[in-house]
Design a protein around this ligand. Structure first.
Ligand code: KG4
Ligand code: ZN
Length: 346
């Protein structure tokens, strides 16, 4: 099945053309990040307006890059939530209009389910697997038994990992979004120079908490203002990044041990982090795990990832119709109902 995929949940307007939920023919991403940087974070009204400007050119470019016309598209997958309501509505309205014009079936995809299945565009993973999703809005551990068959094992009780990176970057006077920049500075720093706390690391749960870590960085900077510049800043970034990675790795290891599962997926924007990729690689080697982390372009927001669950649903006749709305808060556990009637078939 040849799918057109659309994503507009936050500050990237994206469209992709994907065959059979596997072969990416085009994956176009138009980022608004420079516009929001001036405000130190995503401004929802501006995001909606920018999506509106970008959506048609981005879809057109995806079709051109894929070398197909709209008439070849057999189905449409669009992010239905979670995300910013106004931003989601732009992608959903465009997807509905195209599906209507093309008389093609349409499916609303959960953005986190998209992130979870992004690695399948490069290497399929057997079920069940444990998945750590780390992005600007999410830090969640899941057990995944299939598309739509996802159980939450734990989650952040306050800030998401990406949010912690971005807030610490802001404290340090670095531009938004600061995650990638902290990663770059950390590469030149000494992670052992400052010991930051590892919140909830040994509490036995699969939950996370990052707001105290952010406060610890603030307290440290007040005491040692010189650590906010030069080589000392590299050390601070490396020490902070290591604290975040230690907790993410430790909690993921706990989830693997508790379930006895030896397959692991790490996804979402923070999965671009070089320290996290390295530490997860070590964990996989030590424990003989099958590890799948998508290449960076497929970790951060993109449309191609929607095509993996999108293709699964549409080829089983599960469609959204034309009257579905954006779901700004859409827990993954709610997806099971979608599959109730196809379960018997598997
Ligand atoms: O998945 P994503 O693109 O968008 C959301 O759905 O949130 O994730 C964006 C988040 C931002 O917080 C950004 O700072 C973070 O991912 N991020 C990173 C890196 N690259 C992106 N965080 C740490 N290290 C990176 N290299
Ligand atoms: Zn995302």
């Amino acid at each position: 099945m040849l799918l057109l995929s659309i994503e507009s949940s936050c500050d990237e307007t994206a469209a992709a053309v994907v065959r059979d939920g596997r072969e990416v023919l085009a994956n176009v991403i138009s980022s608004q990040v420079d516009v929001h940087a001036a405000y130190g974070g995503v401004v929802p009204e501006i995001a909606s307006r920018k999506h509106l400007e970008a959506i048609v050119p981005v879809v057109e470019q995806a079709l051109v890059e894929a070398g197909v016309g709209l008439s070849a598209i057999e189905g449409i997958a669009v992010t239905q939530g979670p995300g910013l309501a106004g931003a989601l509505l732009v992608g959903i309205s465009a997807a509905k209009a195209l599906a209507y014009a093309r008389r093609a079936p349409i499916i609303g995809v959960n953005h986190i389910e998209g992130h979870l299945f992004a690695p399948f565009l490069e290497q399929p993973v057997d079920f069940p697997f444990i998945a750590l999703v780390v992005s600007g809005g999410h830090t969640h551990l899941y057990r995944v038994d299939g598309v739509g068959r996802i159980t939450t094992l734990g989650q952040t009780l306050d800030d998401a990992a990406g949010e912690a990176f971005d807030k610490v970057a802001k404290l340090l006077g670095l531009p938004y979004p600061g995650g990638a920049l902290i990663d770059r500075l950390a590469a030149a720093g000494d992670p052992a120079r400052i010991h930051f706390p590892r919140p909830l690391m040994h509490d036995g749960s699969c939950n996370f908490s990052f707001s105290g870590l952010k406060t610890a960085v603030l307290t440290h900077l007040r005491k040692f203002p010189a650590d906010g510049a030069g080589d000392a800043l590299n050390d601070l970034c490396a020490s902070f990044q290591e604290a975040v990675c230690d907790v993410l790795v430790q909690k993921t290891a706990a989830a693997l041990a508790a379930t006895g599962i030896d397959r692991l997926v790490v996804a979402g924007g923070v999965a671009c982090n070089s320290g996290l990729r390295r530490e997860m690689g070590k964990l996989a080697q030590e424990r003989g795990l099958q590890l799948a982390i998508p290449s960076p372009l497929l970790c951060s927001d993109n449309a191609a990832m929607n095509a993996v669950p999108g293709d699964f649903y549409l080829t089983r006749g599960i469609v959204s119709g034309f009257d579905f709305d954006a779901l700004p808060n859409w827990p993954l556990d709610a997806l099971a109902a979608r599959l109730a009637w196809v379960r018997g078939e598997e």
